[in-house]
Design a protein around this ligand. Structure first.
Ligand code: FES
Length: 157
């Protein structure tokens, strides 16, 4: 059964204090839960957040299912999020994603056999002038080619 760490619980409670409405703290709380559950959210995480925040699971689920930045399934150690919106698409995002999936031998949103990578497509990450680009963890990688992107991944532990 999933339980927040004491530090995670503290963080959720401090988010609750920042807002007048508990509902407003759901977005940061989901981030905290996702981080503590190996990068994805499931029913147990929702249940735990509901308990800690004292709000109905349905209210957390509404937010969780709406936003794409919360992962619905297990992901690899490195979550490779390739932007697929207009500037990136016009500058080769489709080819870039296909190349990464082929080289890593996975379909979109799957975890590689060694557990290291998951490749996903995401909407605009706000770095359109340096398209095509991808985000891994908190880091942006820009002006990519299929080869330069794959070289970056090869260098990751
Ligand atoms: S279109 Fe890719 S970052 Fe905006």
């Amino acid at each position: 059964m999933f339980q927040l760490s004491s530090e995670g619980k503290e963080k959720v409670l401090s988010e609750l204090k920042r807002y007048e409405s508990k509902q407003s703290a759901v977005l940061p709380a989901l981030y905290i839960g996702q981080k503590e559950n190996n990068g994805h959210i499931n029913a147990e995480v929702i249940k735990e957040l509901s308990r800690v925040m004292d709000i109905p699971e349905s209210q957390i689920n509404e937010v969780f299912t709406f936003y794409t930045m919360y992962n619905k399934q297990k992901i690899g150690k490195h979550h490779v999020q390739v932007c697929r919106t207009l500037s990136c698409m016009l500058n080769g995002a489709e080819e870039l994603t296909a190349h990464l999936c082929k080289e890593l031998n996975v379909k979109l949103n799957e975890v590689t056999a060694d557990g290291r990578f998951t490749v996903s497509e995401v909407e605009c990450l706000g770095s359109c002038g340096t398209a095509p680009m991808m985000q891994i963890g908190d880091q942006y990688y820009e002006n990519l080619t299929p080869e330069s992107a794959m070289n970056l991944l090869r260098g990751m532990k």
